[in-house]
Design a protein around this ligand. Structure first.
Ligand code: 2PG
Ligand code: MG
Length: 404
């Protein structure tokens, strides 16, 4: 065991060019770890609170760092995270800021792994978890998107390639990149103008129906080429479509009541054989999540992101009510690695699939790749292309190499 010797914090750029918090942690035995907080655009109302980076850094220096340094063992992640929570003193981490807290929590974990001379996935996962050649997190590759990640593009926030039949993680990641490239060609053939959204997905000036056609075709072409099954997934991010005053989901070309939305999404699952559907309803719509899961949960993954915000209390309710069968896991939504691991554990105990995820605002930090391996998560949502996205995918490929 090695005590935390120092935690230094600074402002760095995220992939949108916005300031975010980076932490460097040192242990008394010379271990070093660096981590940075990501940031969401379509954030859930129940997420832990992100403060402006400068404020979070100042608060962490005042309250959190002094409690950690020289008193807490870096390898005791529960103690590290308890100390961070105690320094903050609120449930939603609004004193220190979840961005400073998550950066510190992850940086200390990395410093502990470095002290032990082992990779982060091994430190977090323990002796019984690690990369294996026959089971790996399938990367969910965002290939077309709109919503809060690209205005004027699709209403649905993310169309995802899901390479369920890939023989290994590298083939899976390359297949997603190939789907992304094929989508670009198909959009050009159809003369549909497209820039790129926050996560590097194509942001075409078109409607959801056309996006479905293009993505389905691209997935089929690449599946043929690569010789394994690739399916389509979605993050609807429907909280952003929900008009609570009118009680409808507002699309550019339609309005849907909650029960019409259930029918619509169930129809999409059938029509496009969707492997994965995230946030098809508003963040408070436990009932609709349960209704959809009842209808299609045996053949697709129904995942709550804004619904659960990586929070065990909200997940508990979801389990009780059968609202979904999967949880999106984002460490910065809840603030510490311990809370994140608790959410994964509660999910697995109750037959919910944990899906480890990036945010739309990212850095070159690769913690989530290690977290996905450490928790044996079936899926990792980390984008398809773009430097801050490939940082995670390439790390996953390197980790998989350890198993070979
Ligand atoms: C999501 C994420 C990541 P954001 O909704 O799942 O894709 O987006 O980080 O903007 O919440
Ligand atoms: Mg989401």
């Amino acid at each position: 065991m090695s005590l935390v010797r120092a935690v230094e914090l600074r402002r760095v750029l995220d992939s949108r060019g916005a300031p975010t918090v980076e932490a460097d942690a040192l242990t008394e035995d010379g271990g070093f770890g660096r981590a940075a907080a990501p940031a969401g655009a379509s954030t859930g109302a129940h997420e832990a609170v992100e403060l402006p980076a400068g404020e979070a850094i100042a608060a962490a220096r005042d309250h959190a760092v002094p409690r950690l340094v020289g008193t807490v063992h870096a390898g005791d992640q529960r103690a590290v995270d308890a100390s961070l929570r105690a320094a903050d003193g609120t449930d939603d981490l609004s004193t220190v800021g979840a961005n400073a807290v998550v950066a510190a929590s992850m940086a200390v974990a990395k410093a502990a792994a470095d002290t032990l001379g082992i990779p982060l996935y091994q430190h977090l996962g323990g002796a019984f978890r690690g990369p294996s050649s026959d089971s790996f997190p399938v990367p969910l590759g965002n290939v077309v998107g709109g919503g809060e990640h690209a205005r004027d593009a699709t209403d649905i926030q993310e169309f995802l390639a899901v390479p369920v039949g890939a023989p290994n993680v590298a083939e899976a990641a390359f297949a997603n990149a190939a789907v992304h490239a094929r989508v670009g060609e198909l959009l050009e053939e159809r003369s549909i103008p497209a820039g790129k959204g926050d996560e590097g997905a194509w942001a075409p000036l078109t409607d959801d129906e056309t996006a479905f056609e293009v993505v389905s075709r691209a997935v089929a072409d690449v599946a043929d080429d690569h010789g394994f099954e690739i399916r389509v997934g979605l993050d609807v991010a429907a909280t952003e479509l929900w008009d609570s005053d009118a009680g409808v989901y507002r699309y550019s070309d339609a309005e849907r009541t909650p029960s019409e939305q259930v029918d619509y999404v169930a129809g999409l699952v059938d029509t496009y054989d969707l492997a994965y559907v995230e946030d098809p309803f508003d963040e408070e719509a436990f009932d609709e999540f349960a209704a959809l899961t009842d209808r299609v949960g045996s053949r697709t993954t129904v995942c709550g992101d804004d619904l659960f915000v990586t929070n065990v209390e909200r997940l508990d309710r979801g389990v009780e009510e059968g609202a979904g069968n999967a949880i999106l896991v984002k460490p910065n939504q809840i603030g510490t690695l311990s809370d994140t691991l608790d959410a994964v554990e509660l999910a697995v105990e109750n037959g919910f699939t944990p899906v480890i995820s990036h945010r739309s605002g990212e850095t070159e930090d690769t913690t989530i790749a290690h977290l996905a391996v450490a928790t044996d998560a079936p899926f990792l949502k980390a984008g398809a292309v773009g430097g801050e996205r490939t940082a995670k995918l390439n790390e996953l490929i390197r980790i998989a190499d350890d198993a070979a």
